[in-house]
Write a protein that binds this ligand. Structure first.
Ligand code: SF4
Length: 304
């Protein structure tokens, strides 16, 4: 099989006025204070990707584009921020897409985050994030650092169908192991859990156990998927390709609803919670935020 991280076309650059958002206090999403999007579009090809929804107006979503002069812009923006805080990245596209290996823009941004005294919170599906353990460790000496690796199935074969160009699940668990061994507060985003595909007890228990073995500190789940506009069409066309007959099941169960929870969500929550509690893995957002920020509380009072 061809290397999933193989590049086929060159990356485009697009003009941008800003890369980092304004300050937000008390953000319940992992306590992020700023949002940073260096790249637009993503090449991982996840069949359920929300970022390809019409409302975001990103044409040709699979084509990765980077913002022009990104690092100069980020340096300027960080210097002009009046409040320090945690800079989150990975909400709209994967900051460790296959171009990042060569262009090193996410790494450059982390170095600037470090130099300017900010914290970092990263969401990715790529083990390339382990390349930057040295920078993350340096940030950690003064500010909170958190890495979320998205895992939706423990099965590499299924992974190749639902997240075809991202590193497979086993590589992501290895990444968690390396990050945790490097002292980085790391956990799993267990979302989406695709109804009728991934929403079974065996999958959930496997993920929690592998996470525990790898040293994950937290798992944050959502047992279901959200679907809207052209994202739904894309998803259904992929269901037809890989899971014949499932489109009809979705239409019958969810109609045009945005939220499509697993019919087994309640049972899965119980199993998930019990397994996490047994292994000492955090799963409540308040606890995750509290634990990873706690060592910096004094600094936060004076600086953040
Ligand atoms: S990694 Fe994230 S942004 Fe990229 S295709 Fe998958 S879901 Fe979309």
């Amino acid at each position: 099989m061809a290397d999933q991280m193989e590049r086929t076309v060159n990356m485009e650059f697009i003009p941008a006025k800003t890369i980092i958002s304004g300050y937000s206090e008390g953000n319940l999403w992992f306590g992020d204070n700023y949002n940073m999007n260096i790249y637009k579009g993503c090449c991982h090809g996840c069949i359920y990707c929300d970022s390809r929804s019409e409302c975001y107006r990103i044409d040709d979503f699979d084509q990765v584009r980077a913002k022009d002069n990104a690092l100069a812009l980020i340096a300027r923006e960080l210097r002009s921020k009046r409040r320090k805080g945690v800079v989150g990245t990975g909400a709209m596209s994967d900051p460790y897409n296959l171009y990042e290996k060569e262009y090193r823009l996410t790494r450059g941004a982390l170095e600037l985050i470090d130099a300017n005294g900010f914290g970092a919170s990263i969401a990715t599906k790529s083990d390339l994030v382990t390349r930057d353990i040295d920078v993350l460790s340096s940030i950690k000496t003064h500010s909170p650092v958190l890495v979320k690796i998205t895992v939706t199935t423990a099965d590499d074969e299924l992974c190749r169908k639902v997240e075809p160009r991202a590193p497979v699940a086993s590589r992501r668990f290895s990444a968690i192991r390396r990050l945790a061994a490097g002292g980085i507060f790391t956990g799993i985003l267990l979302m989406p859990v695709l109804p009728f595909i991934e929403d079974n007890e065996e999958n959930v228990v496997s993920i929690v156990r592998l996470a525990g073995e790898a040293g994950a500190r937290f798992i944050y789940p959502s047992f279901g998927v959200t679907l809207r506009q052209n994202q739904r069409e894309w998803y259904y066309s992929k269901l037809d390709e890989h899971f014949p007959g499932l489109r009809q099941k979705y239409v019958k169960q969810f109609g045009n609803a945005y939220e499509c929870p697993s019919p087994k969500a309640k049972e899965l929550w119980q199993v998930f919670r019990a397994e996490c509690d047994r292994l000492g893995i955090l799963h409540e957002m308040e606890d995750i935020i509290e634990v990873y920020r706690k060592p910096y509380r004094i600094n936060q009072l004076s600086l953040f």
